[in-house]
Design a binder for this molecule. Structure first.
Ligand code: CP
Length: 314
């Protein structure tokens, strides 16, 4: 594997999830693969799971890790080509990415969207710059529009519970207090559809995601109807794609135990962090339905299978 920016970089997304399940059984089997190799983790935004799971996955493979929180610890980066840099940005991404690539064998970048301009965010300028100027394989640790490491862990988790069955998977919009990216929802849809699995997406009518990612899914505006006979309920808020970045408020969509009772004893999923009693109730999160901690644990193995594939191709 030369890069991991989206589901398109996996030859077979489902097979990659199966390989992650195998790695979990013996996490140190390939502990010499990363000897004398350095992973650079570049964060433009906060993280708990992505940061710690990437470090743990790298350690399991024998790699060393350098982490940089750009916003608090480094120079602010300019991304415009031809910019006259007479304002706040002290360094251009052309030099910064090239320097980071010279220090590391693999780079991971996290860069959230501004949620002001859809065109700008979905152009993925920062990720593209690191790919073009970093000169080493690049891993998307959540970009403006996608979060593939999360989705691979989600797919792996679904496979662990569903085995070879054909589950009904439902992605539901849920309320939030601030505008959030569409990246987790876009990516989840992309990976589930690419795996030829049955996906229903339910959300208020004005909260459509980009059809680039949802083509092939069933869209159902009635959340309770969507929940009927569901085996997996994946809960996530996202801000408007159409009225780009707008916060939609409708607390009725919060997921609770009453709604879970409509399902086929569904497993409850969320990428975390989750705001309790805003997105999902305490009762639902603390119930036997919830597999959110397993999902987060599996972030180690989704990261590890990706790092392993990249190391093998270096
Ligand atoms: N789900 C996820 O990516 O978590 P972090 O934002 O804490 O990394």
């Amino acid at each position: 594997m030369k890069q991991f920016l989206s589901a398109n970089d996996a030859d077979d997304p489902l097979q990659l999830a199966r390989e992650a399940i195998e790695i979990k059984k013996d996490p140190y089997e390939f502990s010499h693969l990363g000897e004398n190799k350095v992973l650079g983790l570049i964060f433009f935004n906060p993280s708990l799971r992505t940061r710690m799971s990437m470090v743990r996955a790298a350690y399991n493979l024998g790699m060393k890790v350098i982490t940089l929180n750009v916003t608090s610890d480094s120079w602010q980066l300019e991304t415009e080509e031809g910019a006259v840099m007479d304002k706040g940005h002290a360094e251009h991404v052309r030099e910064a990415a090239a320097v980071m690539g010279s220090y590391c064998d693999i780079l991971g970048v996290r860069s959230f969207p501004g949620l002001r301009s859809r065109e700008e965010d979905y152009a993925e300028k920062l990720i593209t710059s690191f790919r073009n100027y970093g000169n080493v394989p690049l891993i998307n640790m959540e970009s403006a529009s996608l979060h593939p490491l999360q989705s691979l862990a989600d797919l792996m988790t679904i496979k662990e519970f569903a085995g070879n069955g054909k589950p009904k998977i439902v992605l539901t919009w849920a309320p939030h207090v601030k505008s959030l990216p569409q990246s987790v929802a876009n990516s989840f849809a992309q990976w589930i559809i690419a795996s030829n699995m049955d996906l229903t997406i339910t959300h208020p009518e004005e909260m459509e995601l980009s059809s680039e990612f949802t083509a092939g899914a069933t869209i159902e505006y009635d959340q309770e109807k969507a929940f009927q006979s569901a085996d997996f309920i994946y809960v996530k808020n996202w801000s408007s794609y159409k009225d780009y970045g707008k916060l939609h408020k409708d607390s009725w969509w919060m997921v609770d135990e009453r709604k879970l009772a409509l399902t086929n004893n569904a497993r409850l999923m969320h990428c975390l962090p989750v705001r309790r009693n805003v997105v999902i109730t305490d009762g639902a999160l603390d119930s036997n339905h919830s597999i959110v901690i397993r999902q987060a644990e599996n972030r180690i193995y989704s990261a590890q299978v990706v790092l392993k594939k990249i190391l093998e191709a270096l």
